[in-house]
Design a protein around this ligand. Sequence first.
Ligand code: 13P
Ligand code: 13P
Ligand code: MG
Ligand code: MG
Length: 369
Amino acid sequence: MREKSLLTVSVLKADVGSIVGHHITHPKELEVATQQLENARKQGLIVDFRVTHCGDDLDLIMTHRMGENNAEIHRLAWETFKEVTEKVSKPLKLYAAGQDLLVESFSGNVKGMGPGAAELEFEERTSDPLIILLADKTSPGAWNLPLYKIFADPFNTSGLVFDPNLHGGFIFEVYDLHEDASVKLKCPEELYDLLALIGDPNRYIIRKVYRYDGLPAAASTTTKLSIIAGRYVGKDDPACILRAQHGLPAVGEILEAFSFPHLVPGWMRGSHHGPLMPVSVNDSQNKCTRFDGPPRVVALGFQLCDGKLIGPADLFDDPAFEYTRAKANEIAEYIRRNGPFIPHRVGSAEMEYTTLKEVLDKLKNRFSK
Ligand code: 13P
Ligand code: 13P
Ligand code: MG
Ligand code: MG
């Protein structure tokens, strides 16, 4: 039985239309979504919420006492995305209106229906710092490398060495997208097994992280729209929830993992590798223009107060990340010069769900042995 006192943080996200092309959400989309969630808060379904965006992805951050995978919470998010699509995206003819809503009507859980969901249920600590990561122009496996660094790499997280509460390590729940199955691996003991899997972020995705004693530490979205829909429908831009401090990695240890702009799949047409650039949530940085990118991530910090979200603090709004952004631009410039060639272009298996398939079908009868 679930304890009623437990708090759940749910981040549900979808791209339901943007201005211009796949660039950024329209302010009216945020307005309509805010209205919907404000009604739900007044009715007591949720404790608190924030509506925000990363590039063209609309993100609903909610706190409530209903647990993970709750039908009412998922319905609220689904109906909010529908309302935004009908009231704003379609009338304004925004680009790709309703892009991530793959089915007509809701059936109990957004899983498999298009929107992404990251959810974490836990007992609120005396002081509970929370970080919500939101990315655009990439896919859920983009968190594999930073989550590994945060929870398993002592060169990133010095607390793993110096804080006795972190010394016991962390348990990673890895989800196999192809098999729809997951495995729990305990680190540092099973570190090499973990890396053997998560080094392929197109298939294996870190879905949850727990401290060695079971304390919930992180949760990420695992939706892969292309696999659900069997064709290219956007790149499942992911979200991640992390708790920090006091026996968990510090806020700065979490952010430090993003000081290296690692290569992720996504970018133009969801078909190119590019560096993940940490940016401020401010409009000056939080929009993808060059070749629809490069991929980027924002980090919002909150303190939880009886379920209420105190914040956000815009965590990558720091000149200390300018070096990383410059490095990301340098990498973007280098890899862009490779044009439609691998490794800028993603591998053939990943291209399966794009328009490349139609090109191959057209040429099928012209191949000869
Ligand atoms: P806590 O153990 O309170 O999280 O402090 C660690 C810290 O803030 C290091 O930066
Ligand atoms: P989104 O997945 O952010 O909608 O981007 C799609 C795209 O094709 C960008 O070029
Ligand atoms: Mg889009
Ligand atoms: Mg997007």
